[in-house]
Design a protein around this ligand. Sequence first.
Ligand code: SF4
Ligand code: SF4
Length: 377
Amino acid sequence: MQYRDFGNLGYKVSALGYGAMRLPEDDSGDVDRDAAVAVIREAIDSGINYVDTAPTYNRDQSEGVVGEALADGYRERVWLSTKNQRVNDDPDDWRRRLEASLRKLRVDYLDVYHMWGISWQQFEEHLAIKDGPLTAARRAQKDGLFRHLFFSLHAPPEDLFKITDTGEFVGCTVQYNLIDRRNEAGIAYAAAKGLAVVIMGPVGGGRLAGPSSVIGDLDVPAASTAELALRFVLANPNVSCAISGMSNLAQLRENVATASRTERLSAAELARINKNFDEYEKLAELYCTSCDYCAPCPENVAISRVLTLYGLARVYGLEEAAKKLYYDIGRTGFYANMNDAAACNACGDCVEKCPQRLDVPAELGEAHAALGDGRKG
Ligand code: SF4
Ligand code: SF4
């Protein structure tokens, strides 16, 4: 395992972190606790020293299972991270959520605690108000309930700069991968300011997990798309750690092998990758941009999800991964309560709202034809 400076914290963190958001599940969709404990412990035995969870991961079961895995001396071997999502501005509620996480994890303190999924507006108008959540955070830190305050972000890239500039955080967790490089400048800025930078979704939340003829043509040595995706993120010197949600030992072992390589992608390989992905991105922008202006659909079709997956297949050649994720719509995960494209009745409501002027029902029909068969990956 390779280790890197963890911002200005004076510690080394493993280049690969364990993200406990896709723990192995049984047929009912609950966490398979024995399998999950085994994979987390092997991760730590393989040299991973950063474990990240959150209260709602894996149907609210992740923190409890991570707590189980960290018994028997494993706790002392890792940086343990979890998160607090703003519900209101009440500092006591914020503290109660922190204490609930500590109880589920069965620990006295956290190494890293995140203000979860924040935006600049939320920080300014809610978190940083007088006697609000930030005040509660500083009090809890003083009481020894956590060591370092981080933030995570799904907001526009410019928010990363603004929140870094507040000086309130010593680290951040942000999205960055081959098909979403929007935070690259913000990551460089945060690292230059001494923040520890943790990357979530280095394999695009599973989107880069399957083979791709397009990416395979890049002439970069990598055994799989997932390996190339992880190598791309780790080639960025501003990244401290990339957390990947690994559901089984095979994925874990492949990622550990990748994160243990001492040689990084060369400048020429990176230039080739960036040039090609700039072109793919331009092509992808001709299609659905996931703006969600068309939502909600009266038939509860997950329009932007379906069309984004279709884009993965037709622009990036990631058909296998797109089919697997399409299959999950209406069944499991974030889109479990929505419908796939088969539910579209062509009412046309979405068409007039779409700034891309897409013929959405026709695109959905094409997407269903392309992704809706043989999809049980
Ligand atoms: S055309 Fe289809 S996707 Fe669009 S709003 Fe109507 S039912 Fe929903
Ligand atoms: S409005 Fe158009 S571009 Fe935006 S999510 Fe809907 S289909 Fe995609």
